[in-house]
Design a protein around this ligand. Structure first.
Ligand SMILES: Cc1cc2nc3c(=O)[nH]c(=O)nc-3n(C[C@H](O)[C@H](O)[C@H](O)COP(=O)(O)O)c2cc1C
Length: 220
């Protein structure tokens, strides 16, 4: 439909590999990185909440501050072309101004808005049960950021750009460093996950995956 074949898309998936060594001389162009960010912005999210912010950390001093508390990107944090911190929204409860504003953007007004909010209430309280703790509510938003993360990494691979998702860091310390640097308001946002992007410095050995029979179950 869009001129991309299945074979080409599969090739991009096979090419994408968690990249631990980046070529420090090769930087992603502004145009290409804008494309990657746009893939994040266009990603789907539960009830269309878009509970994310993508913070691109290009400041070398700030990257160095993150290094000692980020065991999972020791070999990447300085050499990667772009480092993205995915923030997830805090307190995105059914009655929050945040979700209301999201509905406003979709031109839902008045009575309709109240009906949708009642639906969010039963969804969050009874179905998915995320209002039981602040952590559960944050994790629900954090889950949405991983969809954007996946789309950005795949979209990057399609144009030959490498990436690595990063969970290998001390969350408390990274939150603290970024808050102290004035990156975000901790009342509103928290760090969900990070990702590095750039160009691989060397070949990466083929990925190993479980056989399809082990991961797919058909119920007919
Ligand atoms: C959510 C998530 C967090 C990850 N965190 C790290 C990390 O901190 N450091 C790292 O080097 N790799 C990290 N990885 C990469 C995985 O180890 C890698 O994706 C996995 O071994 C499969 O390899 P492949 O991506 O090359 O296919 C992470 C992957 C995911 C999905």
């Amino acid at each position: 439909m869009f001129g991309i074949t299945k074979e080409q898309f599969l090739k991009a998936f096979q090419y994408r590999s968690a990249t631990r060594a980046y070529d420090p001389e090769k930087k992603i162009s502004q145009e290409d990185f804008d494309y990657i960010l746009e893939l994040g912005r266009l990603s789907p999210s539960s009830v269309g909440s878009e509970p994310w912010q993508f913070v691109v950390i290009q400041n070398p001093e700030l990257r160095l501050k993150l290094k000692p508390v980020s065991w999972g990107m020791q070999t990447q944090v300085e050499d990667c072309s772009h480092l993205v911190v995915f923030l997830a929204k805090k307190n995105a409860r059914w009655d929050s101004a945040f979700l209301r504003q999201g509905l406003g953007r979709r031109n839902i007004t008045g009575e309709q808005m109240e009906q949708v909010i009642e639906k969010y209430k039963s969804f969050q309280e009874q179905d998915i049960k995320v209002t039981e703790s602040e952590r559960a509510l944050f994790d629900w938003c954090s889950k949405q950021t991983y969809i954007a993360l996946g789309n950005m990494m795949t979209g990057a691979a399609v144009i030959g750009i490498d990436s690595c998702p990063i969970e290998g860091f001390n969350y408390e310390a990274v939150n603290q460093i970024l808050v102290e640097a004035g990156v975000f308001n901790p009342e509103e946002w928290g760090v969900s996950v990070m990702a590095t992007f750039g160009y691989r410095a060397k070949e990466i050995t083929r990925k190993s995956r479980k056989p399809i029979e082990e991961v797919v179950k058909w119920i007919k």
